[in-house]
Design a protein around this ligand. Structure first.
Ligand code: MG
Length: 158
């Protein structure tokens, strides 16, 4: 069994869609980034790549590559799945936390779990997504951005 950890931050700005876990969430601000800036999926991708010792998302999906401009991060997550598969790894479980002061994310979490589990081809009970605020403190607390943390375990099938 191998453990991976991922962390990501994106800035909140006007005139961007807010996409978390592949779900478009109605809000006045969205996350800024080269792709759809799905901070949750980016943290999960880094956790999976880390567990497999395959580097990080910047290595596999450079943010100066036009190919990835505006791309759905679910497509990148699918590519990570194939990278792990090619190395003989299967996903054991994923646990992640989104850090955001607003909006309330609880109603959207089941759909995020569905999207991630479907994309990775794993059962829903292997994917856990949580959300927390930072009680008004720090960059997430004042609404300048959102962060996400993820851990995962994977196992070698070889
Ligand atoms: Mg990112």
């Amino acid at each position: 069994m191998r453990i991976g950890f991922g962390y990501d931050v994106h800035k909140l700005v006007e005139e961007r869609a807010l996409i978390l876990g592949g779900v478009e969430i109605p809000y006045k601000l969205g996350l800024l980034g080269h792709s759809d800036a799905d901070v949750l999926i980016h943290a999960i991708m880094d956790a999976l790549l880390g567990a497999a010792a395959l580097g990080d998302i910047g290595k596999h999906f450079p943010d100066n590559d036009e190919k990835y401009k505006g791309i759905s991060s679910l497509k990148l997550l699918a590519e990570v799945k194939y990278l792990l598969k090619a190395e003989g790894f299967s996903i054991n479980n994923i646990d992640a936390t989104i850090v955001a002061e607003k909006p309330k994310l609880a109603p959207y979490i089941p759909k995020m779990v569905d999207n991630i589990a479907d994309c990775l081809g794993v059962n829903r009970d292997l994917v856990n997504i949580k959300a927390t605020t930072t009680e008004g403190l720090g960059f997430t607390g004042v609404g300048q951005g959102m962060a996400a943390y993820a851990v995962c375990t994977i196992k070698s099938e070889l």
